[in-house]
Design a protein around this ligand. Structure first.
Ligand code: AMP
Length: 279
C-alpha cells in the first residue's frame, strides 16, 4: 500500500492504475477508522480495481467551537487497517491541501439547509468543497459514502449532479455495533454512562419505525413515539428530531415506509451524535 501525501503523488499512482485499465474508487474519511469506514472500502473494492482511502481531518467543516483540534488521529492504526483491507493508496495530505489563500468554495443551497445545516453553519460548505477537491485529486470513477451521514450524502449527490462531476456515487448502509449504536469515530469520546444514554437514540428510532410499519402514517404520532423515548433519557440532550423525505430532506408529509426517514441529532455529554432510520 502506498502512502501519498500530496496531490501529485496521488495523481501519479492513480494515472498508473488507469493506464493499467483499472477503475478508481475513492473512500473519503477523516480517519479514526472503524468497521463502518471499512465496509465502504469493501464496497469500493467490489466496484473498482484500484482503491484510494483519503484521511484528512478537514478544518473547513468544523465550527470554531467544535472538536477539530481534539478529533482523534490514530494514523498508524488507520494505515494498518487500510492495508489489511486491500486498499491501494492512503491519501493523507497536510494542511497545505488548501492553498494558504484559497478563496473558492462549493455551496449547495437546498438539501444542506435544515437538520445539521441549521445547527452547524458552514459545515456543508466545508464538506462539499473538500469532497470536490478529493474527487478531482483522485479522478475517481466511483466514490463511496455512508448513509449514516444522510444529509452529507444528499449534498454530495446534488453537487455531483449540478456540477457534472464525472463520478458515480455509491452509498453504504449504516454500520452499527452489536448494541445498535451507529459506529462513529466520536463514540470514543463517550464514557460508559454516556454510551448507555446514547443507546436510546437507535432504540427511539426503532420504536417509531415499528409504529409506522404497524400502519401509523401521521408524522406527528411517529415523531412523538421517538421523542418520548428520547425525553425519558436524562443523559441525552436532543438537538433535532425530524421525519424527512429521503430525497429532498424536507419534512415528510406522511410517515410513508420507503420514502420517509427519521433523522436525529443529540448530545450525550459533550459528544454530538447523529443517526437516521428509513421507515
Ligand atoms: P467520517 O470519517 O466520519 O468523515 O466518515 C467517512 C465516511 O464514512 C462517510 O461517508 C460516512 O458517512 C461514513 N461512515 C461513518 N460512520 C459510518 C457508519 N457507522 N456506517 C456507514 N458509514 C459510515
Amino acid at each position: 500500500m502506498l502512502l501519498a501525501r500530496t496531490v501529485p503523488e496521488l495523481r501519479a499512482a492513480v494515472e498508473a492504475a488507469r493506464a493499467a485499465g483499472k477503475a478508481v474508487g475513492l473512500v473519503p474519511t477523516m480517519g479514526c477508522l472503524h468497521e463502518g469506514h471499512l465496509s465502504l472500502v469493501d464496497l469500493a473494492r467490489s466496484r473498482a480495481a484500484f482503491t484510494v482511502v483519503s484521511i484528512f481531518v478537514n478544518p473547513t467543516q468544523f465550527g470554531p467551537k467544535e472538536d477539530f483540534a481534539r478529533y482523534p488521529r490514530p494514523f498508524e492504526e488507520d494505515c494498518r487497517l487500510c492495508a489489511a483491507r486491500g486498499v491501494d493508496v492512503v491519501f493523507a495530505p497536510g494542511a497545505d491541501f488548501y492553498a494558504a489563500d484559497a478563496s473558492t468554495w462549493v455551496e449547495e443551497t437546498a438539501v444542506s439547509q435544515g437538520l445539521c445545516g441549521e445547527h452547524r453553519p458552514g459545515h456543508f460548505r466545508g464538506v462539499a468543497t473538500v469532497v470536490l477537491k478529493l474527487l478531482n485529486a483522485a479522478r475517481a470513477d466511483v466514490a463511496v459514502f455512508g448513509r449514516k451521514d444522510l444529509q452529507q450524502l444528499a449534498v454530495i449527490r446534488r453537487l455531483v449532479r449540478d456540477l457534472d462531476v464525472p463520478v458515480e456515487i455509491l452509498e453504504a448502509p449504516t454500520a452499527r455495533d452489536s448494541d445498535g449504536l451507529a459506529m462513529s469515530s466520536r463514540n470514543r469520546y463517550l464514557s460508559p454512562a454516556e454510551r448507555a444514554a446514547a443507546l436510546v437514540i437507535p432504540a427511539a428510532l426503532a420504536a417509531a419505525a415499528s409504529l409506522a410499519r404497524a400502519g401509523e402514517r401521521d408524522p406527528a404520532k411517529v415523531l412523538a413515539a421517538a421523542r418520548a423515548r428520547l425525553a425519558a433519557e436524562p443523559g441525552l440532550r436532543l438537538q433535532y428530531l425530524e421525519l424527512v423525505d429521503a430525497d429532498t430532506l424536507r419534512p415528510a408529509p406522511a410517515a410513508e415506509p420507503g420514502r420517509a426517514v427519521l433523522a436525529v441529532a443529540a448530545f450525550a455529554g459533550a459528544t454530538r451524535l447523529i443517526d437516521n432510520l428509513a421507515l
